[in-house]
Every structure is written in structure tokens, then in C-alpha cells.
Design a binder for this molecule. Structure first.
Ligand SMILES: [Zn+2]
Length: 288
């Protein structure tokens, strides 16, 4: 059963920001420099870390970072390379300029708020909306941290917001999906349904585009483990149909009962103990 992802709730505004780190200190959030090690993604997307991270530049051809005050724009060099290539293609095709939200922290690792994944430097959140100011001039620090993303779907009502729909979005998503470095892309289920409805039989590119909770303000691009990153734990490739049954659940009675909180109380399974982080992550955390 899908678990609610917080990643999507972050991007639209600063609303989750005030809930930061209510718990114990998190050493992964305290370290502000990448480790001086060979670059590698270590462990699982939801339980791992990142050595020798590279920092994404503030802006470049076809992109501008957002929410820079959070200091979450580090990645595996493979992610930096992908984002630059992808943004360049978006610009070249006249699809505007990407606004890139959270990636990973300087050494990856778990967050005290906001994401379950994004731990190994291979995940990036990209806004659907493009602020017109960013097309004509660099955004100011205040703007980067305060401009709100515009949602394409209303997650509560579980429907598209037609007035906000951007014709560029399907083409941008397709560019990302057809890049062989990309493993999965998460979008709101109503967005996936719209993409499937509008696509002809030429829909193979939609296979990697996965419906998931949230993701109405941004899409989430996940790269596959780079070749040579031996300690990076890959995910199973997506084997479902490009537009098939797995989308149906998101429009089923069971789903709506969950969404509206009217599902009969279920016996919750015992929570599994949190797996330990990969051993190498202790070295990453303490490396110079
Ligand atoms: Zn994300």
C-alpha cells in the first residue's frame, strides 16, 4: 500500500519548513561540505548516503535552482550531468526553464523532514511551473526561497487544475523519461492519467512515469545507479504496462476511502525496524 510521501508537500511553499527537525539532531544535516572521497552513491534511495558529492550550480542554460536556503542541491556527478543535459535540451526545444528544487544534502543521508528518498544523490525535484521572472533575469535569493510553485493538480480533490495545466509539461516529462539514465519519474496520479489519456499508442515513454502521492507541484526524477557505483542498490525496473492497471487503483473506492479518511480501521502491521545504514556511510560522515 502506498505510503504518503512528504516530498511533494514541501515544494509548493514553505509550509513544511517550520516543522523542521522536531526530533533529535541529525548529523547528516549538520555537515555542510561534501566528503573528500571518490564520488559514489551508497545504499538505497531511501537508506544511504553520498560520497564525493558535486554541487549543482545556482543557474545555467535552461535551469535555476529554487529553495537554495535549504542547501539540498548536491548530487552524484551523474545527476549533475543529467540535470545540465536535460535543462539544455528543455531550453533548446523552447520549453522554457526548469526550476529545480531539492536534490540531496552534501553527504546525502536521511532528512529530519521532507523526504524519505533523496539520500544517495540520484533524486531531484523539478517544478512543473516556471516563474516568468526567471526567464528574463536571475531570481534573487528571496525569490528563490519564497516564490511558490503552481500545482497542476489538487491533491485533496484528486483532480487536475485545468487552469494551471501547462502544455509544456508532457514534452518536458517525455524528454526526461526517454533519457536512459532515468529510472523512474514520480507524478501525481491525475497527471499520469492525463498523460495516458492524451497519448496515442506511442506511450512507451510513460512506463517510467509512476503515479504517486503528492507530486502535484513537482515531478521527481530518479536516476538509475551509475555504472561502477558498486554499493548503490538498484531498484527493480518498471515492468508494468506504460498505462495500465496500476493506475486504476488510484481511482478505486479503496483509494478514495483512504484519501477521505473513511476507510474502515485496519489492523496496522507491526512497523519493521529501521534497517541500519550501510557501513560505508559512517566513513562518509566522518571523512574530511
Ligand atoms: Zn522528491
Amino acid at each position: 500500500m502506498p505510503m504518503r510521501s512528504l516530498c511533494s508537500m514541501l515544494v509548493g511553499g514553505a509550509l513544511m519548513f517550520s516543522n523542521a527537525a522536531a526530533g533529535a539532531a541529525n548529523p547528516w544535516e549538520d555537515i555542510k561540505r561534501p566528503s573528500q572521497q571518490t564520488s559514489a552513491s551508497i545504499g538505497q534511495y531511501t537508506n544511504g548516503c553520498l560520497s564525493g558529492a558535486e554541487k549543482m550550480p545556482l543557474r545555467g542554460e535552461g535551469f535555476q535552482l529554487m529553495r537554495t536556503g535549504r542547501d539540498r542541491h548536491y548530487g552524484n556527478p551523474a545527476l549533475i550531468g543529467f540535470l545540465k543535459d536535460f535543462s539544455t535540451r528543455v531550453a533548446e526545444q523552447g520549453l522554457g526553464q526548469l526550476q529545480i528544487g531539492d536534490m540531496s544534502m552534501a553527504r546525502g543521508g536521511p532528512f529530519s523532514y521532507g523526504h524519505r528518498s533523496h539520500q544517495v544523490g540520484l533524486d531531484a525535484d523539478i517544478w512543473y511551473s516556471q516563474d516568468p521572472r526567471a526567464l528574463t533575469r536571475p531570481l534573487t535569493a528571496w525569490e528563490r526561497n519564497n516564490i511558490s510553485a503552481v500545482p497542476l493538480a489538487d491533491a485533496k480533490e484528486h483532480q487536475l487544475i485545468k487552469a494551471n495545466w501547462d502544455q509544456r509539461a508532457p514534452r518536458i516529462l517525455r524528454l526526461a523519461s526517454e533519457d536512459p539514465r532515468v529510472e523512474r519519474i514520480f507524478v501525481h496520479p491525475t497527471i499520469k492519467r492525463e498523460l495516458c489519456t492524451s497519448a496515442s499508442s506511442d506511450n512507451e515513454w510513460l512506463r517510467k512515469i509512476r503515479p504517486w502521492w503528492g507530486h502535484n507541484y513537482h515531478f521527481h526524477v530518479r536516476l538509475a545507479c551509475p555504472a561502477g557505483d558498486k554499493n548503490c542498490v538498484p531498484q527493480q525496473p518498471v515492468l508494468n504496462a506504460a498505462c495500465g492497471e496500476d493506475l486504476d487503483w488510484w481511482f478505486s473506492d479503496e483509494f478514495y476511502a483512504q484519501l477521505r479518511g473513511t476507510a474502515p480501521p485496519q489492523k496496522k502491521p507491526e512497523p519493521k525496524p529501521k534497517p541500519p545504514m550501510p557501513q560505508q556511510c559512517a566513513q562518509v560522515l566522518h571523512a574530511p
